[in-house]
Design a protein around this ligand. Structure first.
Ligand SMILES: C[S@@+](CC[C@H](N)C(=O)[O-])C[C@H]1O[C@@H](n2cnc3c(N)ncnc32)[C@H](O)[C@@H]1O
Length: 397
């Protein structure tokens, strides 16, 4: 992480400008719980049209400035330039800096690797869509993509080396009908239109016998899968785990929707690495296919995340709940509060919210009583929407 340590000095005035970087405001941490923390500052800035925060903290008798983790952006050069601009403007004595001599790993860029926001804002395909969840080595996905050039595939994986391996193969084999996303499959479907998908493959998912809440299959997952599947579309589980097979068939039979087909030791045109291993060990392979039989209503991805009221920020500093609010399918936890000195009724609220498995941390920026999400709204998932409604309720009190 690029950072600079420098001799303590008064902070820069804001707004101000240096080397193309616009420093907009500085917010100071506010002790709102019994736990007394060391003072920390968040420096809000804009560099090449991207807004983000730097974090400035005491380090021994000095100050250390680095990128704020929540608002981190890429490329990392924007952060390095902003850090250098800060110390140049403040004319401080630099004691340590790694901004100029270290090579920081830039994120992989590839035309087939898409950010989750792409699926919220842009994704559109006239082709049939098929999704593979947890593609691992990618053998099955590559085979499917090659044999079905008229299908648009989406590969979901959370293991980065597997993603990089698949991207490499797509280029090498000149396959152009796969999009790859690094996102939790349990939550991805929320961004796909209803009745659009022909197949969802879940091959050899981790059985999570000791942590069943981490399993891909759940009532919510199957319901979302059925919503995105078109009529005759299928959700296809292939597993070597008898326990997982029993668990999934129970989930499916308890949701009396769609038609279920079960097979044992069926041969497929391609065998994955895991499958080869289990077959060598003489294990049974189970297939459970659920076929959708209904059309579903469309979902709204244009949820309005605005706050349509003003608040008294100083009053809120005292009234905001310090304990987590936990509901059945979402939570809210206020992590930190920051005040902006010299600016009336303004500050930052750092809040973690949404789904328990994939929480999001955001800053609420309060400017003269008006609230907005710094760096843009959360993704329109049902748990984020519920958490936002609850935040509105808390803040409007
Ligand atoms: C046991 S491997 C199977 C890989 C491949 N399907 C095969 O048959 O060889 C399970 C894969 O699912 C991925 N995975 C686990 N949980 C996931 C989730 N919630 N969302 C997306 N991928 C996930 C893992 O990273 C891993 O690569």
């Amino acid at each position: 992480m690029p950072h600079i340590v420098f001799e303590k000095k008064e902070l820069i005035p804001t707004p101000s400008q240096k080397d193309g970087v616009n420093f907009k405001f500085i917010a100071k941490s506010y002790n709102f719980t019994e736990k007394v923390r060391r003072t920390e500052y968040k420096i809000a800035l804009e560099n090449e049209n991207k807004e983000f925060l730097l974090s400035l903290k005491p380090k021994d008798d000095n100050f250390m400035v680095k990128a704020d983790k929540v608002t981190r952006i890429s490329p990392v050069t924007l952060v390095k330039n902003a850090l250098n601009a800060y110390v140049n403007l403040n004319e401080v004595k630099v004691l340590f800096s790694n901004t100029n001599n270290l090579k920081f790993k830039e994120e992989t860029k590839n035309r087939y690797l898409k950010d989750i926001n792409y699926f919220v804002d842009e994704f559109n395909s006239d082709k049939e869509i098929q999704i593979e969840i947890g593609f691992g080595s990618g053998r099955h996905l590559l085979h499917q993509a090659k044999t079905n050039p008229n299908v648009q595939f989406i590969g979901l994986e959370i293991h980065y080396p597997s993603i990089e391996q698949l991207l490499k193969q797509l280029e090498l084999q000149d396959i152009t009908n796969v999009l790859v996303v690094n996102y939790d499959a349990r939550l991805f479907m929320e961004f796909i239109e209803s009745n659009k998908v022909g197949k969802i493959f879940v091959h050899f998912p981790v059985p999570w016998d000791k942590k069943p809440h981490r399993r891909i299959y759940s009532n919510e997952f199957v319901n979302e899968a059925l919503r995105v599947l078109k009529i005759t579309g299928t959700l296809e589980l292939r597993t070597d785990s008898r326990k997982y097979f029993d668990f999934c068939t129970e989930v499916l039979t308890n949701l009396p929707k769609g038609r279920i087909t079960i097979d044992i030791n069926k041969d497929l045109a391609v065998s994955s690495k895991y499958e080869d291993r289990w077959k060598k060990q003489g294990k049974n392979i189970y297939d459970v296919v659920l076929e959708a039989q209904n059309n579903d209503e469309n979902i709204n991805l244009n949820f309005d995340f605005s706050f349509d009221f003003k608040i008294d920020f100083n009053k809120m500093l005292i009234t905001i709940p310090t304990k987590s609010i936990i509901e059945s399918n979402y939570f809210i936890h206020v992590e930190e509060l920051y005040t902006i000195e010299g600016s009336d009724n303004s500050g930052l609220v750092k809040v973690t919210m949404g789904n328990f498995d994939r929480p999001v941390t955001k800053y609420l920026y309060v400017k003269e009583g008006e609230i907005s999400y710094y760096q843009g709204n959360p993704l329109p998932t049902s748990s984020n929407i519920n958490a936002h409604e609850k935040l509105k309720e808390i803040l409007s009190k």
